[in-house]
Structures are given as structure tokens and as C-alpha cells.
Design a protein around this ligand. Structure first.
Ligand SMILES: N[C@@H](CC=O)C(=O)O
Length: 361
């Protein structure tokens, strides 16, 4: 790429916004030129607006420290300064829907981490290795919005990343019934132990709205485009329990699966380790070389040892074995704020750029 694309981060002061900024620090295609946040932070320089709430383990990038935070509600002004935006705004669902559409209508592509548009029929929700063909629905969305360049694309919820790619790798064996329990890190709620002391040595068996997302979003990922809309798949049916655990980063899933065409364990592992998609073929900057690794050791994957596999963009799977009630069971692990949030969105943007959906204005 001759000149880097100018990027804005909406919701730049929150945890996912910070993760976008950290991930984009040395990005070969993108440069963060605009940070936008609520009117409360607007007008202050970024390092002051964030203050002691910088939650990344790497230092705040020098290039953003002195940027003046713009008011995210001043859509025209923010949009005029960028080629596209990443959205991690913290508002009500209706407000997010409206503001993301407003940005798209300024001919600014929006790649969003938010759930607000995940079920808008002509908005693609994509895991780039799994359903990149869903980006084709953008042409229908642009007609609805009356835009030529602007659109919204979203990535799915963090909780599904530890098992939906795994089940995708096994599609030919026709998984039809899945039971999953997710053990979710506190950073998924935008928190650290410092600001959520209740989570030290504790487990909370409830994450609002999470079980519905975990059960339903994979079906949309596996859906098809019909008449300009994404129609969700009917199978596999998934039932899920989502539990908050005292872990900073890393969502683990313990999963049971029934298959119509029961494979051998060797076949399942072979499909996992060879599963790849367009990000690997195109060698996109954030693509993991190995999307899914299989770990033979009985005590892996472990959060502390494996969450950063492939810089947090890979999925680790282990403990695959036959089950007495279901056909197989396994454990999956993914990084919830990298692959499961900002990193997944950056990979979507890279694929959209490679395919010509995002370009310089
Ligand atoms: N809602 C999730 C975050 C995923 O995007 C969580 O609370 O862990």
C-alpha cells in the first residue's frame, strides 16, 4: 500500500478502543489519525482523557498521545478526517445503530465491535476465515443506505470464537447438536481486577445477554445470503451457559458435539490444524499463520500459557475425546479482546481493504 489509510477509532478511551489503538500502532496499512469519544472526553488530549485508565500491557503509542479527542457525536467532522472507522462506542443499542448508520451515510466504512447491528439483515457479521462471502451483502446494504462507499460490517461476539471456528472446520461431518459452557475473562466486561475486585477468587454465573449471543450468532455466521439478506442456518442447535471467571484475558469453552457423520479423532484433528481461509491465502497483516492449533497435552490449552497464541489471533484446542452421551467433547481457548474483539475487527478491515470495499476517500 503506497499511503496508509487514515483510521478513526470511535469509543477510543474504553478498553476495546484502547486495544484497537495498541494493535494499530505499527500497522502497515492503517494509521490512527482520529480518536473520538463521548462529549465528556472531547477536547482533551488522548493521554489526559484516558489518564490512569490505560489498560493495555504495552505503553500508549506516542502517535496518539497528543491527538485531541473529538466528539463522537460530531459525525461529519470526524468522518471528514478519516478513510474509515473502527467502532467501539459505548452507548445504548439504539444509539449505536443510529450513529454507525450516520457514519456509513457520510461514505465512511464502519467496522464495528458492537452487537447493535449483528442482526441487521444486510449487515455482514464475519469471521474472516469462516464466512468472508457474507461481505457480498454490502452491495445491498449500500442500496438501502443510499451510499456508494459507506457501509457497516461487524464481527461476532467474543464468546463464540473458542468454538465456532472449530465447528466450522468440522462442517463436512455435519455437527447437529452442541452443548457449550464458556468461562469468560473479566476484560470481556471492559474490566481489570483493579476496577472489579469482586471478581478476585470469584465466579459469577451470569453475563447479561451472553447466552443468547453464544447460541444464535454462530448460526448467522453459517447462514447464506438470500435476496440481499443473511438468513441464518438451522443447525447445529447450540445450548450454552456463560460464566464469568477470575481471568484477565482469555475465554475458554468446554464443548460437547453430536455429528450426523461421526468422524475419527484423527480426522477431527487433521481438519482443525489444516483449517485456513482467505486471511492466510492473502497473507493479511493480522492473519495468524496457524489459525487453530491442537494441543495433545492433557492440561492444555491453559489461559496463561496459550492465550497469546499467534499474537492472540489463533485458537487453541485440546482435550478432544469421545464422550459417553455426545460423540465428542473438547476445550477451546481464544483471546477475547484480540481475536474476540479489536483484532477480529482489524482482520475484517484488512480483508475488506484487500477486496476493495475500503479505500482512500
Ligand atoms: N460480552 C462479552 C464480551 C464479548 O465481546 C463478555 O462480557 O465477555
Amino acid at each position: 500500500m503506497e499511503k496508509k489509510l487514515r483510521v478513526g477509532v470511535l469509543g477510543a478511551t474504553g478498553m476495546v478502543g484502547q486495544r484497537f489503538i495498541a494493535l494499530l500502532e505499527h500497522h502497515p496499512w492503517y494509521e490512527v489519525v482520529t480518536v473520538a469519544a463521548s462529549p465528556r472526553s472531547a477536547g482533551r488530549i488522548y493521554e489526559e482523557a484516558v489518564g490512569d485508565r490505560w489498560k493495555m500491557t504495552t505503553p500508549m503509542p506516542e502517535a496518539v498521545k497528543k491527538l485531541v479527542v473529538m466528539n463522537v457525536n460530531e459525525v461529519e467532522a470526524v468522518a471528514a478526517s478519516v478513510d474509515f472507522v473502527f467502532s467501539a462506542v459505548d452507548m445504548t443499542k439504539e444509539e449505536i445503530k443510529a450513529i454507525e448508520e450516520a457514519y456509513a451515510k457520510t461514505e465512511t466504512p464502519v467496522v464495528s465491535n458492537n452487537s447493535a447491528h449483528r442482526w441487521t439483515p444486510d449487515v455482514p457479521m464475519v469471521i474472516p476465515e469462516v464466512n468472508p462471502e457474507h461481505f457480498k451483502v454490502i452491495e445491498h446494504q449500500r442500496k438501502r443506505l443510499g451510499t456508494t462507499k459507506g457501509f457497516i460490517a461487524v464481527k461476532p461476539n467474543c464468546s463464540i470464537q473458542s468454538y465456532a471456528p472449530v465447528l466450522s472446520a468440522w462442517k463436512e461431518f455435519e455437527p447437529y447438536e452442541v452443548v457449550a459452557t464458556t468461562y469468560q475473562a473479566i476484560s470481556g466486561a471492559g474490566k481489570t481486577f483493579k476496577d472489579w475486585p469482586e471478581m478476585v477468587e470469584n465466579i459469577i454465573p451470569y453475563i447479561g445477554g451472553e447466552e443468547e449471543k453464544s447460541e444464535q450468532e454462530p448460526l448467522r455466521i453459517w447462514g447464506e445470503i438470500k435476496d440481499g439478506e443473511i438468513v441464518k442456518a438451522a443447525e447445529p442447535v447450540i445450548t450454552c451457559q456463560c460464566i464469568r471467571v477470575p481471568v484477565l484475558n482469555g475465554h475458554t469453552a468446554a464443548v460437547f458435539v453430536k455429528f450426523r457423520k461421526k468422524p475419527s479423532k484423527e480426522e477431527l484433528i487433521e481438519r482443525l490444524v489444516n483449517f485456513k481461509g482467505l486471511p492466510q491465502e492473502l497473507k493479511l497483516p493480522s492473519a495468524p499463520g496457524q489459525f487453530i492449533q491442537y494441543m495433545e497435552e492433557d492440561n492444555r490449552p491453559q489461559v496463561t500459557l496459550d492465550v497469546d497464541f499467534e499474537n492472540g489471533m489463533g485458537i487453541s484446542v485440546g482435550r478432544l475425546r469421545e464422550d459417553t452421551v455426545y460423540d465428542y467433547k473438547f476445550v477451546g481457548l481464544s483471546h477475547n479482546t484480540v481475536r474476540g474483539a479489536a483484532g477480529g475487527a482489524v482482520l475484517c478491515a484488512e480483508l475488506l481493504t484487500a477486496q476493495g470495499y475500503i479505500e482512500a476517500k
